[in-house]
Design a protein around this ligand. Structure first.
Ligand code: MTE
Ligand code: MO
Length: 258
């Protein structure tokens, strides 16, 4: 190994340890007690060796997936995220995507069809009027983005559990995945999909959801970080095969609880 490579390896190991500790900080630490896991302990738990550069990434992914399992175990399906009043709305509500606001996808509502696939027994193609006719719910909650901002917004739509029931989703499956009109994709755990505050939203602040906030629909989960909330959804699928996500596949933690 060249000297430069060795130095990179050392830096990697230091940042790896820091990342691993951060990953296992709160709330996971509660699961493991007060004991700080050693790197050796972590490699045992994840079943990865960390002897070469390539496996460092594999290892970090495994730590993150281990943290996913810890977060999933700690997730309380009945615990509600805080709600706010109309007076507390953040105005204007921020826009965010992996592109600028001028590149927001323009979805034609008339042509639009939501596809449903995977482990479902019911209706697989939905028009917007059919979706708008589902039971209505509203929420004023805080959206937290890992880029360092949070904002209180008001979304209206249908409880996602109602939608999943109507499409005959296998709710014993592990994941619900989403494909979007841009190149975004996401997936969530079934307990979060069934959480009472998880809404398939068609409205923002009492109006039809504007293009920038995800027309025709955004899955809104106040129990998850911003990047877990897909906008411009065109397909929803139920699966036992881990689907990943746009940012998750670039290293963000998959569970992404807030
Ligand atoms: N389709 C799609 N959904 C997405 C994104 C995106 O780029 N494309 N960005 C995510 C991120 S990182 C955030 S913070 C929120 C921003 O939603 P907002 O524009 O309503 O604030 O959307 C999430 N959902
Ligand atoms: Mo975000």
């Amino acid at each position: 190994m060249k000297a430069k490579d060795k130095r990179i390896m050392t830096i990697d190991r230091v940042s790896l340890l820091a990342d691993a500790r951060r990953e296992l900080d709160m709330p996971s630490r509660r699961l493991f007690g007060k004991r700080l896991l050693t790197l050796g302990g972590l490699s045992l738990l994840t079943g990865c060796s960390i002897t070469d550069g390539d496996s460092v990434n594999t290892f970090l992914t495994a730590v993150s997936r281990l943290n996913d399992r810890a977060q999933a175990l700690l997730f309380d399906p009945t615990r509600l995220a805080p709600t706010y009043t109309q007076a507390e709305l953040t105005r204007p509500f921020p826009f965010n995507a992996y592109y600028g606001v001028d590149e927001v996808p323009r979805v034609d509502g008339g042509d639009y069809r939501l596809k449903v696939s995977g482990l479902v027994t019911g209706q697989r193609v939905w028009t917007l009027p059919q979706l708008y006719a589902l039971p209505h719910a509203e929420q004023i909650t805080r959206h937290i983005c890992v880029e360092g901002w949070s904002a209180i917004g008001r979304w209206g739509g249908t409880p996602f559990v109602e939608f999943l029931r109507r499409v005959g989703a296998d709710t014993t499956a592990k994941y619900v995945g989403f494909r979007c009109a841009d190149d975004y994709y996401e997936s969530i755990d079934m307990p979060t999909a069934l959480h009472p505050q998880t809404l398939l939203t068609f409205e923002y602040d009492g109006e039809r959801l504007p293009a920038k906030y995800g027309y025709p629909m955004k899955l809104r989960m106040p129990t998850k970080l911003g990047y877990k909330n897909p906008k411009h959804i065109v397909e929803i699928f139920v699966t036992n095969t881990y689907p990943g996500g746009y940012w998750v596949d670039q290293g963000y933690n998959w569970f992404g609880g807030s």
